[in-house]
Design a protein around this ligand. Sequence first.
Ligand SMILES: Cc1cc2nc3c(=O)[nH]c(=O)nc-3n(C[C@H](O)[C@H](O)[C@H](O)COP(=O)(O)OP(=O)(O)OC[C@H]3O[C@@H](n4cnc5c(N)ncnc54)[C@H](O)[C@@H]3O)c2cc1C
Length: 587
Amino acid sequence: MKSVNICFFRNIFRVHDNMSLYHAIQSKPDTLLPLVCLDPRMMDLSALNGLLKTDFKPPTTWHYGIDRCSRFRTRFIIESILDLKNNLLKRKSDLLVLYGEPEKLLPELRDFLAKKGLTLGHIHTHKEYAYEELQTELALSKDFNITFHSDTTMIHPGDVNFTFDKTPRVFTPFRKRIEAMPRPVRALLEIPKELPQFPSSGHEFKSPSTLTSRSSSSSRSRSTPADNSDLESILNKICPPFEADSRSAYPFSGGETTALSRLDYYLFGTDRIAEYKQTRNGLIGTDYSTKFSAFLAHGCISPRLIWHEIDRYESISKKPESETTSNGNTTNDDNSLGTYWVKFELLWRDYWRYLSAGFGNQIFYLHGFQSVEKLELLKKSPKETPNPASKKYTGVWLKDRETFQKWCQGTTGVPFIDAVMREMKLTGFASNRGRQNVASFLARDLYIDWRMGAEWFESYLTDHDVYSNYGNWQYVSGVGCDPRESIRHFNIIKQAKDYDPKGNYVKLWCPELKNVPTQKIHAPWIMTEEEQRRSGCVIGKDYPKPIIIVDAWKKHSLVKGGSKTNGNPSETIAGFFTNPKRKQRRL
Ligand SMILES: Cc1cc2nc3c(=O)[nH]c(=O)nc-3n(C[C@H](O)[C@H](O)[C@H](O)COP(=O)(O)OP(=O)(O)OC[C@H]3O[C@@H](n4cnc5c(N)ncnc54)[C@H](O)[C@@H]3O)c2cc1C
């Protein structure tokens, strides 16, 4: 009998610096089977039912039944898988793609391989931290010799001096502990140019029908019919290619190859990273921020590679962006460093993973990481329905579907909100500034259950990553673990005027407002009837009446905006979240 190890690419679609791949070949197996298993609980595979004789149902989100995975993310994943296969072929290997629940298909695959004279040695895959993924891990652990590698974070959890449950409850102490480490990020793993042989019978695997669990109790799991030679046409049935919106800030195709060229472009090709601190609050175009997010979310790029490439950029850059200290860290006393701020944001990404691993399911709770405290509060306070216009927050969340739909579709009558939501719906992306504002608006101005918003993001975002999405939603909604929640109640009109002073962003996504005078573009309801007529935008007819006008907006509605697109001068690296002045005013 020959031995076979499996490298199971769950949601890491790359070859470089891939821990599972690296470890899968260390024991020198006779053969290596790289495997992807598209899970019908995460992606709509129903278009394959005819071909595979399956009964896959379109999956929906947990609480509010929204389509789970929009065409943007589905397509990005498909492109990433095709690129992965190509990259494996270049290393004399190949990729087997299965369609079904891994805990059902892998035992069948093992039996099949045994019949073909192959003994399954070990499965290597990466570790996840959210409920559904953990259930799958539990099921697989019972049945297999399997190792889950901590491959999704930049900072390896084994290298920090605290366990997940002792992760600092506030970001700044977390960041400081990481920055105090002499070498916070591990060296990259070298993957050989030639991988062990792909088992010749690999593509012959055809799963017998298997009943699946939960949402699709009558559905059946299958592999591809005969072989994977026509992988692209099968994947295209799931979601055919489509033209990106010409206004998209995220027109990138999925995959390791695009991810690596984007990294090179943003650092060495254009030096855009040097200006990141000044441009990162931008709203239009591909280059105001790195656009690494979807590549990171689907493991097309290693976060450790980004870190080390930034270090390399700093060391060879003609105008060094920072000085290097004796322990190899960069100094952070100049808060204009673009390189530092990209690393800073990447640490936020790690932080949500650490918290999710430490807090377990609380990431999905309505009262979030503050569940215990908020439940106590609720017991004491009357369960009245809050008046959205009132500043008093009672801790009761609304589930008003009609208002929620207006938010989703970008028809709230508040231009900045509508622009962000339309951009997301038409492109699968929105800027960080935009996401913060629409989240704050839904949760803090409309008091709608923040998880409805999180599920909408889950559906539409190409870069959806459960930890960053739910973590950020909790944070903005005031149920996260940082107690200074009041500073994140955004004044939408002030934000719009600061970050879109001429209204260019709003006009891009809400063309019906294109002739509205700049001074009133963010609050068009204050136009006189004559102005509405002249600008061809009658409120209530050409553009919706606002569903809410918050008192605090009024003083900003007519004031000329001060552009913050070049960065907020009050931000400093050390004091970003601790500057006491920030507590006294709304963002
Ligand atoms: C309500 C809300 C939901 C969000 N949901 C997601 C999500 O599902 N997936 C996701 O990747 N990001 C999410 N973010 C974070 C952030 O908006 C995106 O990472 C960022 O806009 C992506 O663009 P970029 O790659 O150009 O980011 P850049 O500004 O260039 O940042 C570089 C990288 O740092 C990481 N990063 C930046 N900001 C954050 C942050 N606040 N939290 C975690 N990581 C961050 C991302 O990996 C990003 O690619 C969310 C933010 C909010 C406010």
